[in-house]
Design a protein around this ligand. Structure first.
Ligand code: AQP
Length: 327
């Protein structure tokens, strides 16, 4: 049986890129193997969130996972900081990765360029090493992620292979799995950059928590390309992105959506896209509101999942410590 693992940051603020690129596909993945979905709250510390906000965001994020359909009877849902083995393995792995490799990580370049000197914290730089520990502790075969995280999974593969070569069988070498639709949802205002929580222009994002009228307004104001009718083409990146969003929410393929709307005006297409997105997000929001009120249920999910994860992770860490001579 394959092991599947992935995570979503503890910001509580998910956009439709996180949803279509990661969380929605996880709902299918949980039926295809032994699945782990976690909240990487140690990663989230690199933006120095206020303590009370972080505490609440962890609950928000778990509630969103349940609302989109992650089922704790099928998947282990856990919080990273409750499993001490992540930080310990991260330290060990830092000895098997070079600064040259970390310097090539495009996410570090993107995120650090958006922050001032004070925001360029060491944990942002070493983020991919902690992510490698997250994956390798559970012997994950498959890591379903959006395209922006693919490079980090590839680095994880390099680290695992390196340690396997030095010490013999240490780790399973994981494969990234990108969804067919939604692997890279782009900003609605600047379709050349990915939709991102940290984008200064929040009109480019559709958040899962946005009200229907806000979603509709953002879609209606989304930039379009030259021309006036729907056509799938490499030189129409804005339309391609909107078609991708429609495909993601309708479970159609992008060419199917393009065929359905071929020759239709941008205005009509945007109206129907907004209706589709509003309908689906409204349902998710209703489920989320009910789940978020039930703190006892959320505590139980976190506690049970984190205990199960900690048992597996500690066993793996003990084996690695033995192999490398620490015990
Ligand atoms: N625009 C996107 N399109 C498709 N998938 C995306 N993901 C993120 N942005 C897009 C995927 O969502 C999962 C969880 O991501 P994360 O919580 O680790 O956040 P991130 O990758 O750092 O990107 P964000 O959410 O936009 O935050 P910032 O602004 O901090 O970069 C991952 O599988 C990710 O690939």
């Amino acid at each position: 049986m394959k092991t599947i693992l992935s995570g979503v940051q503890a910001t509580g603020k998910m956009h439709i890129g996180n949803y279509l690129g990661a969380m929605k596909p996880w709902v299918d993945w949980q039926n295809q193997g032994r699945a782990f979905f976690f909240i990487p709250d140690l990663h989230t510390l690199n933006v120095r969130p206020d303590a009370e906000t972080l505490r609440g965001n962890i609950y928000d994020t778990v509630a969103w996972l349940l609302a989109v359909g992650i089922d704790p009877r099928k998947s282990t849902i856990f919080v990273q900081s409750r499993v001490p083995a992540h930080a310990e393995l991260c330290w060990i792995l830092q000895n098997y990765v070079t600064m040259g490799e970390l310097n090539r990580m495009t996410q570090y370049k993107d995120k650090s360029s958006k922050r001032g000197a004070d925001g360029q914290v060491v944990a942002l730089y070493t983020y991919p090493v902690l992510m490698a520990a997250d994956i390798l502790l559970y012997s994950a075969d498959i890591v379903p992620v959006g395209e922006d995280q693919k490079q980090h999974v590839e680095l994880t593969r390099d680290i695992a292979t390196r340690m396997n070569n030095i010490y013999g069988d240490c780790f399973v070498v994981p494969e990234p799995a990108l969804p067919q639709v939604g692997a890279r949802v782009m900003s609605l205002t600047t379709p050349t950059i990915k939709m991102s929580k940290s984008d200064a222009n929040q009109n480019g994002n559709i958040m899962l928590a946005d009200e229907p009228k806000v979603i509709t307004k953002k879609i209606k104001r989304a930039v379009t390309d030259s021309g006036s009718t729907i056509e799938l083409s490499d030189d129409k990146p804005a339309i391609a992105n909107l078609l991708q969003v429609y495909a993601g929410f309708s479970d159609m393929s992008v060419p199917e959506v393009a065929n359905k709307y071929a020759g239709v005006g941008y205005g009509t297409f945007k109206t129907e896209l907004a209706e589709l997105v509003v309908e689906q997000i409204s349902q998710l929001q209703m489920d989320y509101e009910v789940i978020r009120q039930d703190k006892k249920r959320l505590d139980d999910v976190i506690e049970e999942g984190s205990q199960r994860a900690a048992g597996i992770a500690q066993k793996k860490l003990n084996g690695i410590k033995q192999k490398i001579g620490l015990t």
